[in-house]
Design a protein around this ligand. Structure first.
Ligand SMILES: Cc1ncc(C[n+]2csc(CCOP(=O)(O)OP(=O)(O)O)c2C)c(N)n1
Length: 599
């Protein structure tokens, strides 16, 4: 609860600093759908919402998160919606039109981009969404700036009556800094929605009024950007010979590299990346013979600067900087050194460490479900999977991932495969993903008579992103008890005729139900329900298993087919008691019955 402290400094993650910035702005409503690198924004709000006197929710998906925040804003309360970059895709249908209506009270949409795809299915550059929707976007470089820019974003949003984006990236979200605190603004206002259908009802006639209004506001946004003080010029050395334009985390690498290289340079650090302060940029680029653009991901600034007449622009389009993956101080130093005709750094010998791909935890119920699916289908099925812990089934020995796109994409693709082929198909998606994006695909599959097994891996939580609740869990983001929405009721309501609920820890039953589901002529739904092991073991471990070496025949099914990381080989197969959670699934699959409970 330290984040509610009123004075001094506090060591904050970039994401926590965003929350603090919102609290110092008198935010009333915060929404999110979790996703790395943005998750800590929602999780921090969830911890403090009651004490801070604000409303917070884990919405069912990002689109609903943005819509909920919008509803609050047009009712006169400040609101913030946070998500990861791919979540911005999900919410985009909503905010592109919200830009036409505009908002009333400050509304901030936080997107956290993930260069290098550390925990994502792509590394898209969200700055283009600001261009697409024609909305302002701010980009901080540090946690302190993240706090200040969140406040600024609320002010700009309110002054332009437009939603405003705050773009974070992994390194800004997840770095910690001692952040100077301001005063928390408590705001117990009650909102009131004043009807204004011409503005808020985007039928074509309304939208045609909204679009020119937006363009006008964005002209004001550009003037505001010029005067905001968020776009700064930092001079290094006495006689700068090159001009560098940068933003976000790239600024930190740039300033370090410039100092280390000992060059005199002028750095235009853009805090508002949309709309660009054109006059400032034009003046800056006309002052230097060489302009270097340092930015992660796409050549967004580079293209815009060239469009403003920038000549001798060095960046990604000239292949001076990489176009993919996250930057770091070495990449920026070496790229700048090459452009300036200086020596690149001598590389330290690379330390080779064994690769350790993420794996499903010992006792993970998903592993047991995958094992049963493979046995039942004789491993001949096409496995359409989705985003969640179960995506880790891609690793051998399970190898239960043949196609993965986006949340809800696996079950959608399964339908297409079933129409194109006669193959058996098993699709997997988690309970949180079911609520987020899995329901429309199920409706589609039932209505259009697709044929596949729609498996819901129901571990009673959103495990991958940190165990956030969802509508099936019976608890809200405020920590209140809610009546949980039963997945099976939804499935039944959609008209699915084959529905079975199994406990994947019961191998025999799960295999048997998969067999029946695979034979069913239509969409069969199997709900594999068992609470996430990490949540279960927090309540205490019940058993530990060991291998009776006298009975073990070293067939290694437990390792080569089941693949639980608690097994290891050291003159025979053993179970590491520190890793074993006592699920007992391995004891059921061992043909020699050699796996026994430690008494
Ligand atoms: C559009 C979008 N939003 C958020 C995420 C981040 N994310 C990755 S997996 C996941 C959900 C995982 O929960 P669940 O489906 O229940 O599976 P579990 O991890 O619990 O097995 C989320 C929210 C994402 N990848 N895409």
């Amino acid at each position: 609860m330290d984040i509610l402290r009123n004075k001094g400094t506090l060591l904050l993650l970039g994401n926590e600093a965003v929350v603090r910035g919102a609290l110092e702005s008198g935010v009333n409503v915060a929404t999110t759908y979790p996703g790395t690198p943005a998750s800590e924004i929602g999780d921090t709000f969830s911890k403090i919402a009651k004490k801070a006197g604000i409303y917070f929710e884990y919405s069912v998906n990002e689109k609903v998160a943005v819509e909920t925040a919008f509803g609050a804003s047009i009712s006169g309360l400040r609101s913030i919606a946070s998500m990861k970059h791919v979540g911005l895709n999900v919410s985009s249908d909503a905010f592109v039109t919200m830009a036409y209506s505009g908002v009333k009270c400050g509304m901030v949409i936080v997107t956290a981009d993930d260069p290098s795809c550390y925990s994502s299915q792509n590394e898209q550059d969200s700055r283009y969404y600001a261009m697409l929707a024609n909305l302002p976007m701010l980009e901080p470089s540090t946690p302190q700036e993240a706090k200040e820019m969140t406040k600024k974003a609320f002010e700009i949003s309110e002054s332009l009556e437009l939603p405003v984006f705050l773009r974070m990236t992994t390194r800004v979200s997840h770095v910690r800094e001692n952040v100077r605190l301001g005063k928390i603004v408590k705001n117990n206002r009650e909102g009131f929605f004043e009807k204004d259908p011409v503005r808020f009802v985007n039928v074509p006639a309304g939208a045609r009024i909204g679009h020119p209004r937006l363009l006008k506001q964005m002209e004001r946004a550009e003037e505001l950007s010029e005067k905001s003080g968020l776009n700064r010029i930092i001079k290094v050395g006495k006689k700068p010979k090159i001009g560098i334009i940068t933003s976000g985390v790239s600024y930190n690498y740039t300033i370090d590299a410039v100092k280390k290289l000992g060059v005199d340079a002028s750095i235009l650090k853009l805090g508002i990346v949309h709309p660009l302060p054109k006059k400032t940029c034009e003046k800056f680029i006309s002052s230097f013979k060489k302009i270097v653009i340092v930015e992660e991901l796409e050549p967004y600034l580079e293209t815009l600067i060239k469009a403003l007449g920038g000549k001798n622009v060095y960046g990604k389009l000239t292949h001076d900087f990489p176009r993919i993956f996250e930057y770091n101080p070495d990449i920026v130093y070496d790229s700048l050194a090459k452009i300036l005709g200086k020596k690149v750094q001598k590389k330290n010998e690379k330390i080779v460490v064994p690769s350790r791909p993420p794996v499903l935890c010992p006792g993970c119920p998903h592993r047991a479900t995958f094992y049963a699916a493979k046995i039942a289908s004789k491993d001949k099925a096409v496995y359409a999977t989705d985003i969640g812990c179960y995506a880790l089934g891609v690793q051998p020995p399970l190898s239960t991932a043949d196609v993965l796109v986006c949340m809800g994409g696996g079950v959608g693709a399964a339908g297409g495969i079933s129409k194109a082929t006669k193959q058996k198909i098993i699709a997997f998606l988690g309970d949180s993903t079911f609520f987020h994006a899995g329901i429309p695909a199920l409706v589609n599959a039932v209505y259009n008579n697709h044929k596949f097994v729609y498996t819901i891996l129901d571990n009673r939580t959103t495990a991958m992103t940190g165990h956030q609740p969802h509508p099936g869990t019976g608890i809200t983001g405020m920590g209140n008890i809610a009546s949980n929405i039963k997945i099976e009721d939804i499935v039944r309501g959609i008209g699915v005729k084959f529905i079975e609920i199994v406990d994947p820890y019961n191998v025999k039953e799960t295999v048997s139900e998969f067999r029946k589901a695979l034979e069913y002529d239509g969409v069969s739904v199997l709900i594999a329900r068992h609470t996430c092991t990490l949540l279960e073991i927090r309540k205490g471990k019940k058993k530990t298993y060991q291998i009776n070496q006298l009975k073990c025949k070293e067939c290694r099914i437990c390792i080569d087919r089941f693949g639980c990381p608690a097994f290891y080989v050291d003159k025979g197969v053993h179970i590491n008691p520190l890793l074993c959670v006592g699920c007992g699934v391995c004891a059921q699959i061992c043909p020699a019955k050699a796996i026994e409970v430690i008494k």
